[in-house]
Design a protein around this ligand. Structure first.
Ligand SMILES: [Zn+2]
Length: 332
């Protein structure tokens, strides 16, 4: 059975970290940035010099610099959704941090509308469902992050599906952001939180205390049985990104994916950043098949089990269930 035939659900993908190299090169030329293709790859993709999440995050500097206009945000988003559809992704939640795109005068609303426009344009051409997650940033002021929550509310179910907390976890602990999630909850905005990637188990604990049903990475939970039990009893999904975890050195040695899956924790498989990590979702699945004992059926199960956790409405959930079940039955 081939991975590219499997209908897949992608829940953890960053827009800026997935800007394709050709488009980035085209924009560098437009902006008069003197850079060779080789140098561009070095700027935007991890190589042997990546030692930490903080090193990894440096690869976002150039794409962010390029993504400062409405037209570009639209084009980048459109291209990502079209690409995902070609990889047989049937549902994708793409995330971005609107605050990182305001350097040339764009306002928050325009940034969000531009991304929604790109997604909607793609959805008219290719067969894919999904939505946008707005990232609050660790290190940004509470005031700035609160504005993102308000914008998320304004566009909720009009393209935006929820919020996330991203950025340098080791420098800014999750517990400091409690107020933001109290506010998001009061507005009924679904959320996920990057936690237990480069940070500590405490970060997962805090995310669970905030009431999250999804955690970005959460791999540090493999070190603590109590947290694993809490993930199970709270019915929380981990958005796992194997390649990215090796590159950021969040994982050395055997990846805990298998251990967590076998324990009964719900897992969604993702790439985090297609360009920064030099991967795509099909290659990520192949890698898991080659490097773990998990098989094709396990990956299909991960997709099935992810459906209740997506931020889209019941109708989309039903549609995805049918697509995946039909696929499963066709393979019997
Ligand atoms: Zn991420």
């Amino acid at each position: 059975m081939k991975i590219d035939e499997m209908p897949k659900i992608v829940l953890h993908l960053h827009l800026d970290g997935s800007l394709d190299l050709d488009t980035a090169f085209k924009w560098c030329m437009e902006d008069g940035i003197k850079i060779s293709k080789k140098e561009l790859i070095r700027e935007m993709q991890v190589n042997g010099e990546c030692h930490s999440l903080n090193d990894y995050l440096k690869k976002f500097i150039l794409p962010c610099k390029l993504l400062q206009t409405s037209e570009r945000l639209t084009e980048a988003t459109y291209k990502i959704f079209v690409k995902l559809a070609k990889l047989n992704v049937v549902y994708a939640e793409v995330r971005f941090a609107p605050n990182k795109h305001l350097e040339k005068g764009m306002d928050l609303e325009s940034a969000v509308e531009s991304v929604i426009l790109g997604m909607n344009r793609a959805m008219k051409e290719v067969s894919i469902d999904g939505g946008i997650i707005l990232c609050l940033m660790r290190g940004d002021s509470n005031e700035d992050n609160l504005k993102i929550i308000d914008v998320a509310k304004k566009y909720l179910e009009k393209g935006v599906l929820g919020i996330d907390l991203a950025g340098a976890e080791a420098l800014f602990p999750t517990e400091d952001y409690a107020d933001l999630f109290v506010y998001a909850k009061s507005l009924n905005i679904p959320f996920t939180i990057h936690a237990g990637e480069a940070g500590k188990i405490n970060d997962i604990d805090s995310a669970l205390n905030f009431g999250t049903k999804r955690i970005g990475h959460g791999i540090k939970s493999a070190e603590d049985e109590l947290i694993q039990n809490r993930l199970i009893s709270n019915n929380v999904l981990l958005e796992i990104c194997v390649t990215s975890n090796y590159q950021t050195k969040a994982v050395n040695g055997i990846h805990p994916l298998e251990k967590l899956y076998n324990k009964g924790i719900k897992i969604s498989i993702n790439t985090d950043n297609d360009t920064v990590s030099n991967i795509n979702i099909n290659k990520e699945y192949e890698k898991i098949l080659n490097e773990t004992k998990l098989g094709y059926d396990d990956l299909l199960k991960c997709n099935m089990e992810s459906i209740p956790f997506i931020f889209a409405n019941k109708d989309i959930k039903k549609k995805l269930q049918k697509i995946l079940l039909d696929f499963k039955n066709s393979k019997k």
